[in-house]
Design a binder for this molecule. Structure first.
Ligand code: R5P
Length: 294
């Protein structure tokens, strides 16, 4: 077995290689003068089971093109099988035609990903809402791992769980909130969110958080506005402190500043999207699965 990587996941791939003792195969890339991408995967891949680790965060379209180039390079080198690990899978939030004339982006991108024949797709905390499982999106065998137990364990170890309530901002967050609440032995509440625009949401719900520490849980922070609204509401209702556990911290624009201004205390995320908030690595999660394949 060999591991290789896309440009967004090199550090994570190296951690997985180190943790599994599986050799890493280097990949290089550059731009042609006209902006087209060039990639090269070095090493002899013939007859090998190859694992490609490649996240789709922040510049999803360029990373998608890089993915197709890498997959072709790996397959044409004669590998025996190809497993793709996509720690952050973009485009899944457009999982319905909300307005006339819109594409079903989640399905379009999923179909594209498996258009070159690959053997297995592994992702982490995929935004599954209207599509309930990855098998509704892919024909290729697929696995959706969750970083929530790792995030909850990190929280327990570093902050404890005294007088804690776990809160999710919307219906789809319940799948992640439930896991964290169980791990922290805390009650949980789910709010109701209505998205009014890319940077505008309204949130309502009732919670009894007076004097408590609230742990907010969600899969993604993009503009931060979802959590900003919830944090303001919880602090107005008397919460003592608000922390957040999030798998994919995209943190676009000045989202972190907005969250801090709203009153967020600690933000803990994973390295599916590397950032200063990536306190928890998903490398052990990926390593365990990859080892079970070898
Ligand atoms: C969508 O429902 C997701 O679970 C997140 O709540 C959402 O993507 C967060 O986006 P933003 O940070 O822009 O409010």
């Amino acid at each position: 077995m060999l591991i290789t990587y896309g440009s967004s996941s090199e550090a994570l791939a190296r951690s997985v290689a180190k943790g599994t003792n599986i050799p890493i195969v280097e990949s290089t890339r550059r731009l042609f003068p006209d902006g087209e991408q060039y990639v090269q995967v070095s090493g002899d891949l013939s007859g090998e089971d190859v694992v490609l680790i490649h996240s789709f965060a922040l510049r999803p379209d360029a990373l998608l093109v890089e993915y197709f180039l890498l997959v072709d390079a790996i397959k044409s080198a004669g590998c025996r099988s190809l497993t793709v690990v996509i720690p952050y899978f973009a485009y899944l939030r457009q999982d319905s035609r909300f307005k006339m004339g819109e594409p079903l982006s989640a399905k379009v991108i999923a179909s594209l990903i498996e258009s070159p024949k690959i053997d297995r797709i592994i992702t982490i905390d995929a935004h599954l809402h209207r599509f309930r499982s990855l098998s509704d999106l892919f024909r290729t065998p697929s696995l959706n791992l969750s970083a929530m137990p790792l995030l909850a364990d990190y929280y327990l170890k570093n902050f404890g769980n005294l007088n804690t309530v776990v809160v999710g901002p919307d219906e789809e967050s319940e799948q992640w909130v439930r896991v964290v609440a169980e791990r922290l032995s805390s009650p949980y509440t789910i709010m109701e969110k209505v998205r009014l625009g890319d940077r505008e949401v309204s949130v309502r719900g009732s919670t009894s958080v007076r004097g408590k520490t609230v742990v907010l849980v969600d899969d993604i922070i993009s503009t931060g506005m979802t959590l900003v609204k919830v944090i303001r509401m919880l602090l107005d209702e008397g919460a003592k402190k608000v922390d957040a556990l999030v798998t994919h911290a995209l943190m676009v624009e000045d989202s972190y500043q907005k969250l801090k201004e709203a009153g967020l205390d600690n933000l803990i995320s994973t390295d599916t999207v590397p950032s200063p908030h990536s306190k928890v690595s998903v490398a052990p999660l990926i390593s365990r699965i990859i080892k079970s394949l070898s």
